[in-house]
Design a protein around this ligand. Structure first.
Ligand SMILES: C[S@@+](CC[C@H](N)C(=O)[O-])C[C@H]1O[C@@H](n2cnc3c(N)ncnc32)[C@H](O)[C@@H]1O
Length: 285
């Protein structure tokens, strides 16, 4: 059973994702792709990665958005159309695809509602010139990642995998307790087997290097400033809920931590960095 994510959460995080992903890795991917690349986006959600990466590839291109949640894919089409029209691009929908007509050529988008957890070898990876994902790798297991690496012979770009370098500012004596509970929750099975959580970036680097890929990596942290009240509140409540579920014996201390943090947010005194890493694995030709 795959983990579910709300469209509202994906909206809230999109500006932070956009500011965090590495333009250097996007440029390195763009350099190796053909003149009309086909990309497959695993766990595409509402299409946030498309909106960020397609303009950086700056050429005609075709995307397959894959997600277990068909409602998110419907939302992806709506959001891509709204975003594209906001950029001044014309949008048409021949058949089941969407075409975004840009000065750089047409961007074709298709959706595939599919649970990718079972067997990555059965995904149409080889029909594409690159496999991409964003905020997915920390959900997957070591075994799934290994299967994916064996199924791949094209570039693989994984943006925004959490790496555990979180920093709450100001610090609090119970940040470590929260981090311990949250880390335990991150390791829960999210449908792929025990999740890699913050071990995902290092594991992926080692795995793809061992498979002979050239691996590039870059930090892509969320920087959430004191004025980011909605995002800070979601992070505080999310961390506290996950930590309390993982460490029920510490429920009172975790509650008190949440209350202190919410008070700091209301007073404009809390800021947060959430550590992420981007990875680009390029096959050696
Ligand atoms: C954290 S969200 C990221 C969404 C999007 N990539 C982004 O950057 O906004 C993870 C996405 O993976 C999808 N997902 C989780 N498990 C899945 C599975 N087993 N098969 C397909 N999609 C899955 C979720 O539905 C969700 O859209």
């Amino acid at each position: 059973m795959s983990e579910t994510f709300s469209a509202d959460w994906l909206s809230l995080r999109e500006p932070f994702d956009r500011a965090a992903r590495s333009p250097r890795l996007a440029a390195a991917l763009a350099e190796v792709l053909p003149t009309r690349p086909r990309l497959i986006d695993l766990g595409a959600g509402t299409g946030s990665l498309f909106r960020w990466l397609a303009p950086r590839l700056a050429r005609p291109q075709a995307w397959t958005l894959v997600d277990a949640d068909a409602d998110l894919l419907d939302e992806a089409f709506l959001r891509i159309a709204t975003w594209a029209e906001g950029q001044g691009y014309r949008v048409t929908t021949p058949g089941r695809a969407m075409l975004v007509h840009t000065p750089q050529g047409a961007w074709r988008v298709e959706a595939l509602a599919r649970d990718v957890a079972t067997d990555p070898q059965r995904l149409p990876l080889r029909e594409h010139d690159a496999v991409v994902c964003s905020a997915l790798l920390d959900l997957v297991s070591a075994h799934w990642l290994e299967m994916l690496s064996f199924a791949l012979d094209s570039p693989f770009a994984a943006f925004l995998s959490v790496d555990g370098r979180d920093a709450w500012l100001p610090r609090d004596a119970d940040d470590r307790l929260i981090a311990r509970g949250f880390a335990r929750d991150m390791g829960r099975d999210k449908g792929f087997g025990p999740a890699l959580g913050p071990r995902a970036p290092a594991r992926a680097r080692r795995l793809f290097a061992a498979r002979g890929f050239r691996v590039l990596a870059a930090p892509s942290d969320w920087i959430i400033p004191r004025v980011g009240h909605a995002m800070l509140t979601t992070m505080v409540t999310g961390h506290a809920t996950a930590a309390a579920a993982a460490l029920p014996a510490f429920a009172d201390r975790i509650d008190a931590w949440r209350e202190r943090r919410l008070t700091q947010i209301a007073r404009g005194r809390l800021a947060l960095r959430i550590g992420h890493h981007d990875l680009l694995a390029l096959p050696r030709s």
